[in-house]
Design a protein around this ligand. Structure first.
Ligand SMILES: *Cc1c(COP(=O)(O)O)cnc(C)c1O
Length: 405
């Protein structure tokens, strides 16, 4: 067994080597974001609250313009009233799909999406009830995708991040290959990307390589733990308009939606995101390296290209997984005294254990670890707004909980 100091030194080396490369990505993204702020002439007027309908809310509207510049889209819908990533994705699905339309999912979508699709004929308000045809295509067979997708397919759904699968995120380069291959044969298809956890991990975003619409959560990467709530959609103007009609009502669409909390938190969040994502990744690599040294299978591997902030650790043992999550919880700034138990969460079919003791409830750009309690007991760890803090937590788990000295 190696000593703590040996493990620490090796892992810090892994972090430093990776970070030399990654600094360029952070710099590029920070510049892109800053330029958008300057072009949009952001000022204090944009941080004011509005009430009621929120007509003529310049803070809200300008935030959407800013977002479109950063993510290279025609239009965006960034709302405090979008409650979660699942909500944003669900809005996108109902905006794109009509009865008898067909959607092809590349890979297994995130767990909560199955409730949106509808598991039985009786589930109300689902895509199934609407009469949408759903097909799945395995990620392992990109070659065969243009056979599952046909000229009757309306939407191709791609999930960038790993979700609760033991795989790497799809990189921008991989998405570019997939999208260009499919669009070459079916130019009218709508490509949707679930962009949760992917923002600012690379220099480009999916809309720059041919996606038509993306969605994500503001309590993940683009909110940088500063935004207290919200979700976003960005992409083709006609699709954003349809999504806005679903969020509010046809006719009013984007025109209404009050800023009941100051948009300064959302502006500050997107501004801080490139740096916070870099800190989170740095911490994640430290954790990954340690877990690898301890003999666990991890994905991504240290040297892999990252396109999300999530590290998957395969524990192959329920108790060990729980002990890791409990450690993350114990060394959190909020709810540190809480003893975690796996629980049935709305939207998930297996029991899930979730460690998160950040300032925004459920926020997973803050240090958090979660996973369904099913074999092979893979835990997903992500977030953390400072490398120092993440290292402190991991060191404490090693030394205090697992007795490695
Ligand atoms: C987190 C996540 C979601 C769902 O977001 P919630 O805010 O938890 O509803 C969807 N897809 C992926 C890939 C995610 O990581």
């Amino acid at each position: 067994m190696q000593s703590f100091t040996e493990i620490e030194e090796k892992s810090l080396n892994a972090v430093n080597k990776w970070y030399q490369e990654y600094q360029k990505i952070e710099y590029f993204n920070q510049k892109k974001v800053l330029n958008a702020f300057r072009e949009c002439r952001i000022n204090y007027q944009h941080f004011q609250l509005t009430s009621g309908y929120g007509m003529g809310d310049v803070g809200r509207d300008t935030l959407e313009t800013l977002w479109s510049k950063i993510f290279k889209s025609e239009d965006s819908l960034i709302r405090q009233q979008i409650v979660s990533g699942t909500h944003a994705i669900s809005l996108a699905l109902f905006a794109m799909l009509l009865p008898n339309d067909e959607i092809v999912f590349l890979g297994k979508p995130y767990d909560t999406l199955f409730k949106v699709l509808g598991e039985t004929d009786k589930d109300p308000g689902t895509l199934r009830e609407l009469g949408v045809k759903v097909k799945f295509h395995p990620l392992s067979d990109i070659e065969g995708l243009t056979k599952t997708v046909t000229k009757t397919t309306k939407v191709l759904y791609i999930q960038r991040s790993k979700g609760y699968e033991f795989r790497n995120a799809l990189t921008i380069k991989e998405m570019e290959n997939i999208i260009s291959k499919v669009k070459k044969q079916y130019p009218n298809i709508i490509v949707f990307v679930d962009n949760c956890y992917g923002e600012f991990t690379e220099t480009m975003e999916p809309l720059e390589v041919g996606a038509d619409l993306i969605a994500g959560s503001l309590i993940k990467n683009p909110g940088a733990a500063i935004a207290p709530s919200g979700g976003y959609l960005s992409g083709r103007g006609d699709l954003i308009e349809r999504a806005a009609y679903k969020l509010t009502a046809p006719g009013v669409g984007k025109e209404i939606g009050p800023s009941l909390i100051s948009n300064s938190t959302l502006y500050h969040g997107i501004f801080a995101a490139p740096h916070v994502v870099a800190e989170a990744l740095k911490g994640t690599i430290y954790i990954a390296s340690i877990m690898q040294i301890l003999g666990y299978k991890i994905l991504p591997q240290i040297e892999d290209t990252r396109s999300d902030i999530v590290e998957a650790i395969c524990f192959e043992d329920a108790e060990k997984m729980k002990s890791f999550c409990r450690g993350i919880q114990k060394y959190s700034p909020v709810d540190s005294y809480v003893y975690l138990e796996p629980w049935e969460m709305p939207g998930y079919s297996d029991e899930v254990i979730m460690a998160s003791g950040g300032f925004v409830e459920g926020s997973s750009i803050e240090l958090s670890a979660d996973g369904p309690l099913r074999e092979p007991y893979v835990c997903y760890v992500q977030g953390g707004t400072s490398f120092t803090y993440i290292k402190l937590v991991m060191d404490s788990i090693l030394q205090e909980e697992w007795g490695i000295v």
